[in-house]
Ligand binder design. Structure first.
Ligand code: SF4
Ligand code: FE
Length: 489
């Protein structure tokens, strides 16, 4: 396993990459002040694995080699593994207060593992063996892998092969004896620059005419044909200011962006699906289910931080004892723990796949994520309510530090004794960052759209709803159908 320092160094060791941010080429993303907080957040997945107290959650025994591995490269072997994954994600959400990015790879790992197995069973292909070799290297090198699913999608009313621009979905443009050439882009890519490998999957269920789009493959993150365009997050330039106080979260941040595959060659050894359109839906549904489970961990950990910040600010303002404040904090905890309950439930009800690893309960994972599209917004609203108007009007830390007006800022914006003004400044900035600043992408926008927008969960919930089964229950009880349990009753 890599240490956090080795991980950060390993990113520096990647070959030159074409990266754009703010209209400029970035040569050294690792040490760029806009990007570094996201590197730190992902590095936490390595750092916690080094600490004995967290080892049980952060590591697992490899099903392939029997060696200790970081849980982020682990094929879930039981429902207990699934539960531990959620608990690990909550812990990381607490420690970073944001998206730590590495789960997309873990979720892709488990989804591709079981799907390739089932493709091979049907077609006698060798995708699973290839993927297994890739996974052995992934475990061995303790990679962070970008699980890349979301295509730009162009006109949403049309399928991939009907688009005016065929490249708005990643597709195969050439098949060669030694491999394939792919073209297209993936958007909203979490942790794209903090990954060693990119594992690409289709973005939706496909029809037979979309065969070129049914493609799953891995490429090294420093493949020279890749182009990266960094995504902006609200108030992201706070990171470039001199004082860290106004950043809110002084060390950690998320990362999203666009990856372009500009005629990228992939050797057959790294191709894990190519043309098997009927399996695209299975891969998408499994990846999405795992990632919807993930949100019952990471966003709960972020929620813990936000609830803590709101409770601290209430103390600084002398209102911690007020009944309505306690009531609001209780409601926040109730909502947050409901999300956790969903994350644990879909894990505890997981099932073994034909390939041997464990899949979450798909219906419950989708219910989990559907709640995540709502509750963090209410938690954020309550945090803003408790924080008060200063959340939106506080002078900058530069003014608090200025000889001319600093004393006025500290006199008139002083919290209740014994707290120093800077504590309230910092805590309000943290709430600001999480509910409307740079971390609001991690806590709110991702809660809405990450792992699929709300409607995508409703489609799955509808499919798994078993209304016929529920109707049969009702018919039996009201006497339309015979009572086969208690025929005499
Ligand atoms: Fe992991 Fe959550 Fe970020 Fe997804 S949003 S990568 S589950 S931390
Ligand atoms: Fe996400």
């Amino acid at each position: 396993m890599m240490t956090a320092e080795e991980y950060i160094e390993s990113l520096r060791q990647l070959g030159p990459r074409t990266i754009y941010l703010f209209g400029e080429r970035v040569e050294n993303p690792v040490d760029h002040p806009m990007i570094r907080p996201s590197v730190n957040a992902c590095a936490m997945t390595y750092r916690l694995a080094e600490i004995p107290e967290y080892r049980d959650l952060m590591t697992a025994t490899s099903a392939l080699t029997g060696r200790k591995v970081n849980r982020f490269v682990h094929l879930h072997q039981s429902t207990e593994d699934l539960v531990k994954k959620v608990r690990m994600q909550r812990l990381l959400g607490q420690m970073t207060g944001t998206c730590f990015q590495r789960c997309v790879g873990l979720d892709a790992l488990n989804a591709v593992w079981s799907t390739t197995y089932e493709i091979d069973q049907k077609y006698g292909t060798s995708y699973h063996q290839r993927f297994r070799r890739f996974v052995l290297e992934w475990e061995e090198k303790d990679w962070t892998v970008d699980g890349a699913m979301t295509d730009p999608k162009g006109n949403r009313a049309l399928g991939p092969s009907a688009q005016a621009d065929p490249d708005v979905y990643v597709h195969v443009v050439e098949r060669r004896a030694d491999g394939i050439v792919v073209r297209g882009a993936k958007v909203h890519q979490t942790g794209l620059l903090n990954s060693h490998q990119i594992l690409v999957m289709p973005t939706l269920a496909l029809k037979p005419e979309d065969a070129d789009y049914a493609v799953c493959f891995a490429v090294p993150a420093d493949d020279p044909t890749l182009i990266y365009i960094y995504g902006r997050q609200s108030s992201d330039t706070r990171r470039l200011e001199r004082s860290p106080v106004d950043m809110g979260n002084i060390h950690y941040g998320g990362q999203e962006g666009v990856i372009i595959f500009n005629d990228t060659f992939v050797p057959w050894e790294r191709v894990f699906m190519c043309g098997e359109t009927e399996f695209a839906g299975m891969l998408v549904e499994r990846f999405a289910a795992y990632h919807r489970q993930s949100y019952g961990g990471c966003k709960v950990g972020n929620g813990d931080v936000l609830i803590g910040a709101a409770a601290a600010v209430a103390e600084y303002q002398g209102v911690a004892g007020a009944g309505h404040i306690r009531e609001k904090l209780t409601e926040m905890v109730h909502l947050n723990e409901t999300l956790y309950a969903c994350g644990i439930a879909c894990s505890a009800e997981g099932v073994r796949t034909a390939a041997g690893n464990y899949l979450v309960n798909v219906l419950l994972a989708n219910v989990c994520k559907q709640n995540v599209t709502r509750f963090p917004y209410e938690i954020a609203r309550l945090a803003q309510d408790i924080a008060g108007g200063l959340l939106g009007t506080m002078p900058s830390d530069a003014d608090f530090s200025l000889p001319e007006v600093g004393p006025w800022c500290r006199k008139y914006l002083a919290p209740a004794a014994p707290f120093p003004p800077e504590h309230r400044q910092r805590m309000l900035r943290l709430i600001e960052a999480m509910t409307m600043g740079a971390l609001a992408v991690g806590y709110l926008v991702e809660s809405m759209h990450g792992a699929g927008s709300p409607q995508t969960q409703r489609i799955v919930i509808q499919r798994y709803a078993d209304l016929e089964g529920k109707k049969a229950l009702a018919r039996r009880l009201c006497g339309i159908d015979p009572d086969d349990l208690l025929p005499e009753g």
